[in-house]
Ligand binder design. Sequence first.
Ligand code: ADP
Ligand code: MG
Length: 592
Amino acid sequence: MSKTILLLPENIANQIAAGEVILRPSSVVKELIENSVDANAKTIQLIIKDSGKTLIQVIDDGIGMSPEDLKLSFQRHATSKIKKFDDLFSLKSKGFRGEALASIAAIAAIEANSRRKEDEIGKLIKISGGKMNTIEDSVASEGTSISVKNLFYNVPARRNFLKSDNVELRHIIDEFHRIALAHPEICFVFFQNDSELFKLPISSLQKRIINIFSGKIQEKLIPVEEKTTVAEISGFVIKPDFSKKSRGQQFFFVNNRFIKSPFLNHSIVSAFEGLLSDGYFPGYFIFLKVDPKSIDVNIHPTKTEIKFEDEQNLFAILKATIKHSLGIFQVLPSIDFEKDPGLDVPYEYIRKSPKEPPIEINSSFNPFREEKSIEKISRSSWKNLYSNVESRDSANMTSEELKLNLSESPKVFQLFRKYIITSLRSGLLIINQQRAHQRILYEKFLKTITNNDKVSQKIIFPKKIKLSQKEKVLYNEYSKNLKAIGFVTKLSGSNLEIKSAPSIFNHDDLEDIILSLFSMIDDGNFDSFSKSDLLSKSLSKAASIKSGRVLSVTEQQILVDDLFACKEFLTSPFNHQIFVTLSKEELDGKLY
Ligand code: ADP
Ligand code: MG
C-alpha cells in the first residue's frame, strides 16, 4: 500500500502561510507594529535599514511576554487574542490569526527580546529559517523588541521580486501612516538608515494628521462627527478646494483598523458631488465605530477588506454626515474646531431614516482654476493639421471625414466650457478640451525626455515647497527624471526649491503641479512601462487645462492645431477617446 498524502512539515507550511501574509518589508512592519499596539504600548519605535531589506526592528514598551509565551509566539496559530470561537465576533485587537510571527520566522532571521513588568530579567530568543537557535536570559527594558533581518533570504523568488529601496520605503511609510493615524494616543518614532523620518508625539487626531502630512494641511481640515445606531462617525475631510488629483489622502478606519472600501469611498465621493472639478478626488480621514458583530474582517488575509452587515444604510448615513459637515463649512469658513467640537453635531439621527441636509453653496466658490493663458503652447499651422489628418487612418473614421474645410478659416467654439467644436468638410468635430491638452502635453514631455531638448526657464524668485516625508522619498526617486524634463531643483531638509522649470508651465502653478505629480505617481493607478512615461503622463494630467476653463478663440484654435499635430490624436494618454464626429449623413438621418 503506497502512501502519497503527507503532512507538510511545519516550516514549509509556515513558508506558504508567509506568502499570503508577508508580501514585502512593509507587511512585516505592519504586523510587528500591530502587535505592539495590541500589547498596549505607549511608545513604538520603528528602525529600518535599506528599506527593510536588511533590518526591520520594532521596539515597544508594552506588556511584554513571559519566557514561555515568547517561545510559543513563533508557533503557528499561537495567539493570546482569541480563546474561543465567539471571541472572533467581538474582536478589539489588530491580530487574532496567530500566524504573523510564525510566518516571518520562516523567511527571515529573528531576534526577539522581551520582558514583562513583573519579571526581573528578560529573555532573548533567536530564530532563523523557522528554527529556534538560542534562548537566553537578557537585559531587556520593559516591553518587547523584535528585529527581523535578511527578509526572504531563503525565498529568492520573493527577494528578487522586491522593488527599489525607494519604492519599498514608500510602502513602509504607507503602512506606518495608517497605523499612526489610527493611534494618536501612541507615540511613534521611525528611523530609516539612522535618520529620523518621523517623531510623532501623543496628540489629538488633528495634530497627528498635521505631524504626518506637514503643517499646511491644518487650514484644510473640516471636522466630521455623527453618532447613529448603525455607526459612530468621526474624523476630518479635506476642504474641496484643496482636493488632490490623486487618492493619496483617503483614509478609512473601521474600529481603528485601516480598511479599503470602494463602496464607502463612493459614498464620500457622492457627498462631494458638485464641489470637485473633473479629475480631483476628495481627501478624508474617516473613522467608523461599529459593533464588531456587524462586520467580518476575516475575508482577506492582510485584513484590509471588510464586510458590513448594513452597507446600504451606512452608505446613506456617511454621505449625509459628510454633506452636513461640508454644508457647515460653507456657511462658517473658519471653525475653530479645537475649541468647539459641539458645533458640528446639531442634530441626531437615532432611529430616523437619514435624509440629506442641503448644502449651502458659497456662491463665490469656484472649483476651477483661475483663467490662464495657454498662449505658451506653440502655434502650428492649419496646413499641418490638414496633412496630418490626411495621412492617418483610424478605426472609427476615415481621413475623408476629418478633412477640414480649408477654403475659409475653420470656425471653432467652446461648449459647456468643456468641448471645442469645429467644422469638418463632412460634418462636425467635438473635442474634449482636457483630454486633448493632456495628449498634447504628454507627447511634448515624452519628446523632451527622449531627445533631451528641454527648454527650461529660470525662476527669478525660486519657489519653495515644503515636502512631507513621503514626498521626499518620491523626490529622490524621480529627481533625475525631473531634471531631464527641465526642472532644476534642490532639496534641503524638507524644503524643495524650484530654480528653473519647463517653460510651458506657469510659475504660479508649480507647487500644485509638483505636488500633484508626486501624489499621482504614488497612486500608481495607471500602468506605465517606464519612469519617463509615468512622469510624462502625470505631468500632462497635472498641468493640462481642465474642463471648466473658458478658452479664447485663439486658444481653441491652437489646441485643435496642436492636437492634430500629435502622433496619436485619437485617445488621451489615459486611453480616453478625445473627440467624436458628427457627419452630414448622420445629421441628415436625424433631421430627415
Ligand atoms: P496574533 O497577533 O494574530 O495573535 P502574532 O503571530 O502576530 O499573532 O503574535 C502571536 C502572539 O505573540 C500574540 O498573540 C501575542 O500574544 C504575542 N506578541 C507578539 N508581539 C508581541 C509584543 N510586541 N508584545 C507582547 N506580545 C506580543
Ligand atoms: Mg499579530
